[in-house]
Design a protein around this ligand. Structure first.
Ligand code: ATP
Ligand code: MG
Length: 322
């Protein structure tokens, strides 16, 4: 399968002198759902804005289905729908007018039947004559999605589509994305929610401080990063992990006052029961216990700090995170 979007050596230094992207190389495969993950300020919106022609790159090259986004801007842009991170809408327009106007901007002939289906799919049909300023935030977001899809794009960018939206809209969004994928649309989304990436994506890219630090199939990445942690507060501190418990790969924390067990989220339920039993057998008492799941933010922090430790290796440093 060849790339529908090809990004090479992409850099962006803003007028302020801030380097938001530093030599990003990335191929997006035709028909995939690609999730771009990264902490605040990592450069996700900058990357998307460049591909969509809203921000000009400082260096590098992007092609969209073979069209250079600078030399061949209109052809490239016509293939793309963008749901931006920020809510910006023309307050006094109606839903119907704003969506059909956007379609017209892309030079597509009117197709009321298509727009009706689109608005129905997004549960916006009964709001079609409402002015945008009268809509709730979630409804406005649905309108932005309708606008992005109004010209039947082959590629859809969703920049933080579910930040601050309710469960229902999130589920609708996921359903919509799947339906689009089934129609052959390539979807690139950014998100902070690991469960969203887990639910939706075929591949995941992690970006931090303007550098793409890994790109991987979702399944492999989730195995590696989605783990849980059980922390036991011990009744009495330990000097070392007893050899009888070696098979669990435990570590000590807080000067021996905590025993930490890392495990996969779903696969090892019995292991915890076994561990607790073996702890009892070894005569280790604990006062309290809790489990935590590593959040994306924590994962990023650890990826980025691992990377900082490996600096000086240049491009190969990303391998250090594997
Ligand atoms: N117009 C601008 N001028 C100067 N700096 C900018 C500009 N736009 C963005 N930046 C900076 O570039 C960096 C990347 O911003 P960007 O919006 O791409 O991050 P992001 O990954 O989308 O973050 P978030 O998760 O918060 O949306 C940030 O440090 C931001 O402050
Ligand atoms: Mg952003």
């Amino acid at each position: 399968m060849h790339a529908i979007i090809s990004i090479s050596g992409l850099s962006k230094t803003y007028a302020s002198g801030f380097a938001a992207l530093k030599g990003v190389d990335l191929d997006i495969r035709r028909g995939e759902i690609f999730a771009l993950l990264g902490p605040n300020g990592a450069g996700k919106t900058t990357l998307i804005s460049i591909v969509c022609g809203l921000v000009r790159a400082t260096a590098g090259r992007v092609t969209v289905d073979g069209h250079d986004i600078v030399r061949d801007y209109r052809a490239a842009r016509a293939l793309i729908g963008l749901v931006p991170q920020e809510l910006t809408t023309d307050a006094f327009e109606t839903v119907w007018n704003t969506v059909s106007f956007t379609r017209g901007l892309f030079g597509k002939p009117p197709d009321p039947a298509y727009l009706e289906r689109l608005l129905k799919d997004l549960s916006l049909w009964n709001k079609k004559d409402a002015k945008l300023m009268m809509l709730s935030g979630g409804m406005k977001r649905r309108v932005l999605i309708a606008k992005a899809l109004s010209h039947e794009p082959r590629i859809l960018f969703l920049d933080e589509p579910t930040a601050g939206v309710d469960v229902e809209l999130r589920r609708d969004m996921w359903q919509l994305v799947r339906r689009l994928r089934d129609q052959g649309v390539t979807v690139i989304l950014t998100t902070h929610y690991i469960e969203e990436a887990e639910e939706m994506a075929d591949r995941i890219g992690v970006i931090a401080k303007g550098e793409l630090i890994l790109v991987e199939d979702k399944a492999a990445l989730m195995r590696k990063l989605g783990g849980k942690q059980l922390t036991l507060q011990l009744a009495a501190p330990l000097e070392a992990v007893p050899p009888a418990l070696a098979r669990y790969g435990l570590t000590l924390g807080k000067g021996g006052a905590e025993l930490i067990y890392r495990y996969e989220a779903e696969t090892e339920d019995n292991a915890i029961a076994d561990l607790l039993q073996d702890l009892g057998a070894a005569g280790i008492a604990f006062a309290d216990l809790h489990t935590t799941q590593r959040s994306l933010e924590e994962i990023f922090v650890s990826l980025v700090s691992e990377r900082a430790g490996a600096d000086g290796n240049g491009r190969g440093a990303g391998e250090g995170a594997r």
